[in-house]
Design a protein around this ligand. Sequence first.
Ligand SMILES: *Cc1c(COP(=O)(O)O)cnc(C)c1O
Length: 372
Amino acid sequence: MTPTPHMIPAAKPLIGSEERLAVDAVLRSGMLAQGPEVAAFEAEFSSHFVLGRPTVALNSGTSGQHLGLLASGVGPGDEVIVPSFTFAAVANSVALTGATPVFADIEPDYFTLDPERVRAAITERTRGIMPVHLYGHPFQVDAIEAIARDHGLAIYEDAAQAHGASWNDRPVGTIGEFAMFSLYPTKNMTAIEGGMVSCASSETARQLKLLRNQGMATQYANEVIGFNARMSDVHAAVGRAQLRKVDAWTRTRQRNAAFLDRELALVPGVTPPRVAPEATHVYHQYTIRVDAAERDRIRTALREEHGVATGVYYPIPNHRLPSLAQYAPADALTESDRAAAEVLSLPVHPSLTDGELQRIVAGVVAVAAAGS
Ligand SMILES: *Cc1c(COP(=O)(O)O)cnc(C)c1O
């Protein structure tokens, strides 16, 4: 028997000595809760990614999305149009405000909201649209903005997977009334757990800061009913160290993706990801399509015969989840269902070696050929 090669993981958080030293310095300082590290992280994140827009750190991306909607005045009686083919945090955050998430279908090329389906989902209750820059590829910014303008709707960006992505050189996170970035360990950069919300107005940022801290701007002078959704200085210290590395990681992700594009272009049964001409893709995921009936076999063979771990994001569209099925629309979400059955994400993370990239390609080529 040939020895099984080491497993190439689907994702790999990169924590180095810079992060460890920064955490240690905060632990030694004795100032652990939200403090100067959080304030510095907000300022640095803002100038790094979102052209200096007011930016607020929270304990998770989901908190950012939920509290961002509350800060924007979304609540009972409102509808917010969301994709079904994404992580459940999107619809959850809408539903938790008391508003109704309205699922619209995606377009097949980039897995992001289909502008025509968004238009068709608008009612007199629609308050906004929450499109997702899925896998690190921006949503159809021009078309979604045109719809929002025509109907007087807000855009709430989900940039959880898209740190550094852009559309016609406009950075994601500068398009909507607010934009949420996640700092979960597998995202393009991490604070272990955490979220950042960039806001179009300083008033939204002020509301968000109140909501994350029991409604207080001044201690014990609570202005509104709020949450504890603060980021700690320990987490912010990790995030600040990551911020100095993320651009190099993004370039490596893009280089890895270019290699996979080249090598997988002509493999029968494999459809590599497409990139819109306006888009700069940051490859949170490198997601191919395969025949739905073959996907399980391909995943298993890649793992067991080639030592390549893969991911399926997301196997069940939100409108079919037990938690969210109550919001399933009358119209079929054909492309969301098809994507859920066909997508397969290959490793693209920045720690892949050339040899590992070659093993991924050789594995996909061999496994795809075995099925034909
Ligand atoms: C990760 C993610 C979230 C939630 O972020 P957390 O930091 O895990 O709360 C929301 N939307 C999308 C698309 C995500 O990938």
